[in-house]
Design a protein around this ligand. Sequence first.
Ligand SMILES: Cc1ncc(COP(=O)(O)O)c(C=O)c1O
Length: 408
Amino acid sequence: MGLKKLNAVLQKNLEDLRESGRDKGPEMIIEKIIKAQGDKGPRYIINGHGDKEFIKMNANSYLGMSMLPEVIEAEEKAAHKYGVGPGAVRFISGTHRPHIDLETKLAEFHGKEAAMLFSSAYVTSMGVIYPLTTKETVLISDELNHNCIIQAIRLSRPAAKYIYKHNDMTDLKAKLQEAVGQGKRCLVITDGIFSMRGDNSPFNELVPICKEFEDKFEEGVITITDDSHGVGAFGKTGRGTEEYTGAKVDILVGTLGKAFGVNGGYVVGSKTLVEYLHETAPMYIYSNPITCSEAAAALKVLQILDSDKGQKRLQHLHKMTKKFEQGIIELGYETIPGDHPVVPLMVRDTAKTTDLVNYLTENGVLATGLNFPVVPKGDEEIRFQINADHTEADIDYVLGVLKQYKNK
Ligand SMILES: Cc1ncc(COP(=O)(O)O)c(C=O)c1O
């Protein structure tokens, strides 16, 4: 009895991870956030770095909503009214007014019939794909899809599964052709925005291709996207990849924890789909929902996003994204051009990525280096993420550090 023998094995596994450079290492602890002042956006105080102030270029919180006083106030008010936890899963006694109001608003926001909340987008993808996969379902997935989709496919037991080359619509078509006759239902699954690269799935090409095959499957071809990095941050009014590409998918998974700055996940689709998932998704039935205060804060964020103030934040985000992207190109760095606030700086070498990340850290810039296996070998990069809280001066400062490094 006891963990002694298991600990020894786990210790060895950890050493293997470290030796092969695949470990994540100790996590950075944020001790304090200094609010934006003058031409400086928020600054972060990190454990182990004394009073040094950092600019954060690695947050998913693209709209910078999480520190807005009205969002914090909405969260606090709901906590006073309903308490800090839901007390039970939704079907027992955990459904409160803010959950329902948020679902109504999310469906409206995306122009779909109904919405359903989950505790995170990760479990939403699992809670959608797993219950929709029967023994006679074929799954078709982009090779760079997020880990939650990969795990959902592993958990499901489809009749067959196919992986198409990243964003390669000719390959998708070939896989659809191969899938004909293998099952009654076909689910085509893609990220909206691919978070490591900031590029988007071309829904305007993907949706018509899937429609061509609709009649070849008894239960149809269903398009599913996880647009966690797109919602709130992408498209003219922040509706995500659907808005950007001008094409609608059947089922959309989103997160409240990135651009919206709160926490939790959701799916939007038809009323029947949502009713079915309420009855069948274990990740929903057996797990608590987000708190009432999180739901109230997210509702407030959606209200702000659709107001003049929110739209200005979004426009500023897009402007700062272009400024940064243009800046690194002018400095002679390689990027993957695009309109999403993920701006990758392609280094294509593990040691050089680490060296540049360390240099940025020494100079007060937090950015994340991505190496194999998080990205394919040869695609090693530093992922910069722009935020509506970044000022022109912040972007100039980071570009200045990158310039110094280039001239080193
Ligand atoms: C496509 C995708 N889905 C889901 C997630 C996870 O979101 P959440 O934190 O809400 O689980 C991420 C986050 O990186 C993501 O990129």
